[in-house]
Design a protein around this ligand. Sequence first.
Ligand code: FAD
Length: 307
Amino acid sequence: MADVSAAVAILGDLGRENVPIGPLTTYRVGGAARVFVEADTIDDLLCVAEAVRASGLELLCIGRGSNLLISDVGFNGIAVVMGEGLAAIDIEAGPTVVVGAATPLPVLARRTVQEGLVGLEWAVGVPGSVGGAVRMNAGGHGADIAGSLVDCVVLDADSGIVATREPGDLDLRFRGSNISSRQIVVSARFAVADGDRATGEATLREIVRWRRENQPGGQNAGSVFVNPFDGKDSAGRLIDELDLKGMRVGSAHVSTKHANFIQADEGGSADDVRELMARVVERVADEFDIHLRSEIRLIGFEKETQS
Ligand SMILES: Cc1cc2nc3c(=O)[nH]c(=O)nc-3n(C[C@H](O)[C@H](O)[C@H](O)COP(=O)(O)OP(=O)(O)OC[C@H]3O[C@@H](n4cnc5c(N)ncnc54)[C@H](O)[C@@H]3O)c2cc1C
């Protein structure tokens, strides 16, 4: 039986109760976390881990919330958002770059290019944090986290141990890894190369232009479904072929610009997004005998995914 009061006692001033977390996601729908922490230091994270162990509550790490859908009833556990204190960028000889988990990927991409370092330009188009990106093995434009990750520091909430983990130990795969929902990425180190700043800046501009042209704005979490067959087929293509663009459930609809995006209306409902996802999965399964898997992590629904 989960013991909220044990968590609250351990967290002290660090913890707040019943804080809306839907607004911290790019979907901007969904409810509150039973307990909420903004962590700025590793000590804050260690305290969260202790509260998780003592209370028996579930843990939810929130980066930039760009791959999360929080249900309308919210999350009955401890949600921890990575604060500014965990967003340092340090460039080292090698060259490598050591980055705090809270660092937004576009900031990392721009900063490295500014320093004449290349290899992470692709990240300018992905609106996540470094921590979320490592867990998801985020990628785009022919590159991904696995391609440049040297190692990362991970706190295991169950043991309280902070350890450096190498890519071979993370089972990095297409939009996934073996980092569990009870483990927190604290920082990551990436290999970069010396390069030409002007060329890097041109690449950034091209990626941003491509994103604007091909992806919708508004309230969404990017691609909803993992491209099947290890990314070799396209979920968007399957949905498009079924003519599902524009399909609507209440306050959610399949984007008319990109079939693998589902948009939420302002003031909309996460449950509508979830229901629309289920209907798309059903149609694709009926027609193509392919079961689309959610890329978005669903929180607080009856059946959650652990992307
Ligand atoms: C418009 C748009 C375009 C996108 N395009 C792409 C794309 O091209 N390629 C791509 O890969 N993704 C894309 N995404 C999805 C998303 O940006 C990535 O998956 C990103 O890596 C998620 O990072 P986040 O910080 O937002 O994670 P969140 O959404 O906050 O969390 C995602 C998962 O990571 C976990 N997590 C977050 N932080 C940590 C941490 N510090 N330690 C451990 N676990 C953590 C969460 O618990 C959750 O399981 C897009 C999203 C949007 C909205």
